[in-house]
Design a binder for this molecule. Structure first.
Ligand code: UT7
Length: 329
C-alpha cells in the first residue's frame, strides 16, 4: 500500500552538557563515560522549554520538508515518557503549537521503543478502512526533567531532543510503501529494572517520595544492557528471516542510541558493523527521539536513496522492544 514517508525532522536543544561538566556534578570522569558508553556530549532543554516545544519544532521541520500544511494532518501521535503533564496528552498540546486542525491526537508510552510502536500504530490506522491519510509521528523527550542529577550511574546517559516523521497514504494499492515488516514485543516481568518508582497510582507523590528521590529514573544498568542486546538482535533476526532479506541488502541499520557498546554488540551479531548509524556520542540516550533523529540526519545529509532498506531496532522500559524494516521511497 502506498503509505510513504514524506518528511523527517528533528530538534536538538541548544545547551550542551559535556562529560567534563558532569565531573563537576558527580564522581565520574570523561574516560569512564567515554569507554563505558561512547557518549561525549548531550543536549539539555531550557527550563521554559517543554517536551511539547521540542516536539513542535521537530514537527514543523518535518512538515516543511514534506511541503505539507499542518491543517491537512489527520493524526498526531507523540511517543514520550516525559509528557508536559500527566494529562492532557502531549500530542494535543503539539496540535495547537503547530497550528494543526482538530485531528486525532494521542500519546504512546513504550519508552525508548515508542517511536517504532507509533510507526506501527499509525500505519495500522492509515491502512485500515477508516483511512487516515496524513499522520505526524513524533518522539520527544525532556529526560533532563526526570534524571536524578546526583546518581552517576544514570545521569551521564541521557539527553533531551525530538524527532518527527510525516506519513502520507497516496490511496493507491499498486505503489510500494515505506513499511516492509515490523516486530513489536514486551515483557512486563522485567518492569522493575528500568522505572520511575513514584508519581503514579501505585505510589502517589508525597513528601517522602520526593525526599527519597523516587520521581527520577532508576535502572539496573548491567541487566538492562544484556536484555537490550539480546532483544534487539533477536527481533532483527526474526524480521530478516521472515522477509528473506539478508544483512548485505540493508543500507543502514539504526539501533536505539543508548550506549555505543550495546550498538556494537548488536551490529556484530547481525554482521552489519560498517553500515550502522551512530550519534550517541553527541546526544546521549534521547529515548523515543533517538531513532528519528538518526533518520533525519541520514535523510538531510543525502545518505538515503530511493529503494534503500533501513533496519531499525529499539529497546526500553517495560520492557518493550521493537524492530522495523523501512523502504526509503
Ligand atoms: O534506553 C534503554 C535504557 N538504558 C540502557 O540501555 C543502558 C544499559 N546499561 C548500560 O549502558 C551500562 O550498564 C551502564 C553504562 C549504565 C553502566 O556500565 P557497566 O559497564 O554496566 O558498569 P556497572 O554498572 O557494572 O558499574 C561498574 C562500576 C561500578 O563501580 P564498582 O562497583 O565496580 O566499584 C559503578 O559504581 O562503575 C561505577 N560507575 C561509575 N564510575 C564512574 C557507575 N557509573 C559511573 C560513572 N562514573 N558515571
Amino acid at each position: 500500500m502506498g503509505i510513504r514517508i514524506r518528511g523527517t525532522g528533528r530538534y536538538i536543544p541548544e545547551k550542551i552538557l559535556t562529560n567534563e561538566d558532569l565531573t563537576r556534578m558527580v564522581d565520574t570522569s570523561d574516560e569512564w563515560i567515554t569507554t563505558r558508553t561512547g557518549i561525549k556530549t548531550r543536549h539539555i532543554a531550557a527550563a521554559d522549554e517543554f517536551t511539547s516545544d521540542l516536539a513542535a519544532k521537530a514537527a514543523k521541520s518535518a512538515l516543511d520538508l514534506a511541503g505539507m500544511a499542518p491543517q491537512t494532518l489527520d493524526l498526531i501521535i507523540v511517543s514520550t515518557v516525559t509528557p508536559d503533564k500527566v494529562f492532557p496528552n502531549t500530542a494535543s498540546i503539539v496540535q495547537t503549537k503547530i497550528g494543526a486542525g482538530k485531528c486525532v491526537c494521542f500519546d504512546i508510552e513504550a519508552a525508548c521503543s515508542g517511536l517504532l510502536y507509533a510507526f506501527n500504530v499509525a500505519y495500522g490506522m492509515m491502512a485500515s478502512p477508516i483511512g487516515y491519510k496524513r499522520a505526524l509521528i513524533i518522539g520527544a523527550e525532556k529526560l533532563s526533567s526526570i534524571v536524578d542529577w546526583t546518581d552517576r550511574s544514570t545521569c551521564v546517559l541521557f539527553g533531551d531532543g525530538a524527532s518527527a516523521v510525516v506519513l502520507e497514504n497516496d490511496g493507491r494499492l499498486d505503489t510500494p510503501g515505506f513499511y516492509v515488516a515490523g516486530k513489536l514485543a514486551a515483557d512486563g516481568s522485567c518492569a522493575d529494572i528500568l522505572q520511575i518508582p513514584a508519581g503514579g497510582s501505585s505510589m502517589p507523590a508525597s513528601h517522602a517520595t520526593i525526599d527519597a528521590r523516587m520521581h527520577s529514573i532508576r535502572m539496573g544498568g548491567p541487566k538492562t544492557f544484556q536484555l537490550a542486546v539480546t532483544s534487539m538482535t533477536g527481533a532483527c533476526r526474526e524480521l530478516l528471516e521472515e522477509t528473506g532479506i539478508t544483512p548485505d541488502q540493508i543500507r543502514w541499520a539504526i539501533p536505539h542510541q543508548a550506549n555505543a557498546r550495546i550498538i556494537s554488540a548488536v551490529a556484530a551479531r547481525l554482521n552489519i558493523p560498517e553500515r550502522v548509524y551512530v550519534n550517541v556520542d553527541r546526544y546521549g540516550n534521547t529515548s523515543s527521539a533517538s531513532i528519528g533523529i538518526c533518520l533525519d540526519e541520514l535523510n538531510r545529509s543525502g545518505q538515503l536513496a530511493s529503494g534503500d532498506l533501513v533496519l531499525t531496532a529499539a529497546f526500553g522500559a517495560g520492557l518493550t522492544w521493537a524492530a522495523q524494516l523501512i523502504r526509503w521511497i
